[in-house]
Design a protein around this ligand. Structure first.
Ligand SMILES: [Zn+2]
Length: 187
């Protein structure tokens, strides 16, 4: 895609590696069947999110509206947060989760994509998709949240599609078995 050839290659490499791992996981298609199960709560801090605090809050709200097995809450002042959101001059990127309660993840909210004109809330919900364990699915259509920038600069869809929603629902269902990961996904 466009001018970020190196980044695109890196992202593709990361995606391929992740998909190999991902194929071992079974995706439960019925999100509603998990209603009533234990809800996993992870916290985030926007103390370093600069001018993107509102976009981050909206991106988090997207996930809270789309899945029931995990809830993302803003950490109280002085409380340790599982996820740090940091405004950054580069391209947006994030830890590839799933981040667990007490775990550690980072979203770098890159101003480069903002300067290019990408939707602010979609950037946030996409990067939190990584935090929740979703790899990039690139290239892809605007209807896919994890298609990221390949959905087009004019794409304003902030919501995961059914497949993306169900995968996160499944990852955090029934208490969540944590998997350590320190991979950073670019884009
Ligand atoms: Zn991405």
């Amino acid at each position: 895609m466009y001018r970020r050839t190196l980044i695109g290659l890196l992202a593709t490499t990361a995606m391929t590696a992740t998909l190999v791992v991902g194929t071992a996981a079974t995706v439960a298609p019925q999100a509603t069947a998990d209603v009533g199960a234990a809800v996993v709560t992870i916290t985030y801090s926007d103390a370093r999110a600069g001018e993107f605090k509102d976009a981050v809050a909206q991106g988090v709200a997207v996930w809270n509206a789309n899945v029931t097995s995990v809830r993302i809450q803003k950490a109280a002042s002085g409380q340790r947060a599982d996820v740090q959101v940091i405004a950054d001059p580069g391209w947006p990127r994030a830890t590839l989760g799933p981040v667990r309660p007490g775990g550690s993840g980072t979203v770098w909210y890159g101003r480069e994509a903002v300067a290019d004109g990408y939707n602010l809330v979609r950037i946030a919900s996409h990067e939190f998709g990584h935090i929740l364990g979703l790899p990039d699915i690139k290239p892809g259509p605007c209807s896919s949240l994890m298609s990221g920038s390949t959905g087009g600069v004019s794409c304003t869809n902030v919501n995961p599609n059914a497949s993306e929603r169900n995968r996160v629902q499944s990852i955090y269902a029934n208490g969540f078995a944590p998997t350590a990961t320190n991979t950073v996904v670019i884009g």
